[in-house]
Design a protein. Structure first.
Length: 591
């Protein structure tokens, strides 16, 4: 049944606003960072900054002593101070870098674990590229704030305050001019900073959208080419690239304006203070050493002001990243811990008065009831879009019924441990998913135990897949390529059946397992399926009558409800809808 896709929460545009410190700190606490690296790194950074603040004061004494005896110990002390300050600053930077990398690694671990545990309904609504952007781009943005911008602004504030205090002690009149001038410079920069922050958020959102779109297109490149859609995709991609380009142009413009405006403002401040200081020196109210020392402190103030401006830009970008990551972490995930361990062998599987609707509210199933006795074969037939695959999705617990319940024996399947429940189900679909990697990897995917080659060859033999695997260049270690492009549809199905044999499920679900195969492949796959179905409760979705006529019970699913059920003969006698459906299938097979 067709359904519309709800707008994902991660697709929201984030408005500019105050930085959510509480949310950011909560996010950081979840990563359990190595705080000692942060505090030691910051402490060393402050020590290095303190050493830098002492240099101009020593320089003042040196300059005032020119023309007299050169104070060699003081000169050596200044040089040593420079070297020590640089070394301490390097160690500080390394520790803060380690801290940031540690945080981003743990944050990505949390996000990755969250993504693989999210409910299937989330993946119905959100593009893969957007999730990748949360995992890579947004986590990197937070790391930049933590490891670079935050430490820099702390040392910048210390340097700024320290320089102003020393300058005030040296000459309060000059310092008063600074106190008035620096805020004026910041006032000039504020509109540019705000606009840069806004553009930065737009860039992050557009990158996420572009990443999602390109991932979707490239993952289905064969569909693109078979549909002659290269021109369409090129045009669509160019449009998104152009949008990113336009945002990049705005960012470049504001960045190009910010630098010169900051430079011009600070230069004007520097020239004004230099002129005032020169007048003071000529009048004899200030020594030459004091003037040079004062100007050195002025240069030390310029850097921190720029660091603070960059910090607020990074803060704004990280705010949007934090919000997006928090939204992702708030999404409900599957719980693999709760529930009882239950063996489903020799128990009846039932669906009782089940209603289901997707998140968009569109009703898909209405009062669905069915029963599958142990070791029986139950088939679901009916027009496409009737809700058959949704029934399988509910049985796999990808979704939860809105009403009614599904039971195994007398137990609601919701009370069974999810890992335990799924471990007892084998699922083979029309386009059985295959992972990039070797045949061995695909056969053993999801198992927490090691299998011998003999065990793998045994299940391949049961699936009638031995010969084509032996014919491959590396046998079990042959790479199948991304999305299994190096194996045919029939081979892929037989590998999926071999994996199901290895899983040894108690309940087997076959979703159109032979629908897209040629006659030869269908015969081989059907032969393997017949072997796999022995001694198991089997549920089948199929259009082909050859697959379902021998079922113990057939349920005809139409427009989300069961129109009738029984054996093939019973339905032919009692259900006109089924009779018409069979006639259509015979005509299609004849053609």
């Amino acid at each position: 049944m067709q359904r519309s896709i709800a707008t994902p929460t991660t697709g929201r545009k984030h408005s500019a606003g105050k930085f959510d410190f509480r949310g950011f700190l909560n996010l950081m606490r979840q990563t359990k960072p190595k705080y000692w690296q942060l505090w030691v790194g910051l402490s060393l950074g402050l020590i290095a900054t303190g050493a830098q603040l002492a240099v101009p004061k020593f320089a003042q004494t040196l300059i005032n002593g020119l023309g007299k005896t050169l104070n060699q110990p003081l000169l050596i002390g200044v040089i040593v101070l420079f070297v020590v300050s640089a070394a301490v600053s390097a160690v500080s930077g390394a520790l803060l870098g380690f801290f940031g990398e540690n945080v981003v690694a743990k944050l990505r671990e949390i996000l990755w674990q969250k993504l693989v545990k999210l409910r299937v309904s989330y993946f119905d609504n959100v593009k893969t590229g957007e999730m990748t952007s949360r995992l890579v781009n947004d986590s990197t943005q937070i790391k930049n704030l933590l490891a670079n911008s935050f430490p820099q602004v702390v040392t910048a504030i210390f340097q700024l305050v320290g320089a102003l205090v020393i300058m005030a002690l040296m000459d309060w009149k000059m310092t008063a001019i600074m106190f008035v001038s620096v805020p004026l410079v910041m006032l000039v920069m504020l509109p540019i900073m705000r606009q840069s922050s806004k553009i930065g958020r737009q860039r992050q959102d557009s990158l996420a959208t572009f990443s999602g779109a390109t991932n979707d297109t490239l993952s289905e490149i064969r569909l693109v080419k078979s549909s002659n859609a290269e021109s369409y995709e090129t045009k669509t991609g160019f449009g998104q690239i152009k949008e990113l380009y336009q945002i990049g142009l705005k960012e470049a413009i504001y960045d190009s304006i910010a630098g010169p405006v900051m430079t011009a403002s600070m230069l004007a401040l520097f020239v004004g203070i230099l002129a005032y200081a020169a007048a003071r020196v000529s009048s004899g109210t200030m020594s030459m050493g004091t003037m040079f020392s004062f100007l050195m402190y002025l240069f030390q103030i310029i850097g921190p002001v720029g660091s603070m401006a960059r910090f607020f830009t990074e803060l704004s970008k990280a705010n949007g990243s934090t919000q997006r990551i928090q939204e992702l972490l708030k999404e409900p995930e599957e719980d693999f811990e709760v529930g009882t361990q239950t063996q489903v062998t020799r128990k009846t599987l039932e669906m009782n008065h089940v209603d289901f609707a997707y998140d968009d509210g569109q009703q898909v199933l209405h009062d669905v009831n069915f029963k599958a006795e142990p070791n029986s074969v139950v088939a679901f037939a009916g027009p496409s879009g009737g809700g058959k695959s949704t029934i399988f999705g509910l049985l796999e617990r990808y979704y939860q019924p809105k009403a009614g319940q599904i039971t195994i024996g007398d137990q609601n399947i919701e009370t069974i441990n999810l890992n335990d429940w799924r471990s007892q189900i084998g699922y083979v679909s029309q386009d059985s998913a295959i992972m990039a990697g070797t045949i061995r990897h695909n056969l053993t995917y999801g198992f927490d135990k090691t299998f011998t080659d003999d065990e793998l060859w045994h299940v391949l033999a049961l699936a009638f897949a031995t010969q084509f695997v032996k014919d491959m260049p590396d046998g079990l270690d042959t790479e199948v390529g991304e999305r299994g492009v190096k194996v045919s549809g029939g081979q892929r199905q037989r590998l999926a059946i071999a994996r199901a044999f290895l899983r040894d499920p108690k309940i087997l679900m076959l979703d159109e397992a032979t629908a897209s195969l040629d006659s030869e492949s269908e015969a081989m796959v059907q032969k393997a399926l017949n072997e796999l179905m022995k001694g198991r409760t089997t549920l089948i979705i199929a259009h082909r009558l050859s697959t379902i006529v021998d079922a113990d019970d057939i349920y005809f699913v139409e427009q989300g409800h069961i129109s009738g059920h029984g054996t093939h003969t019973q339905l032919m006698d009692s259900l006109p809808l089924y009779r018409d459906y069979v006639k259509i299938q015979f005509k299609e097979r004849a053609n």
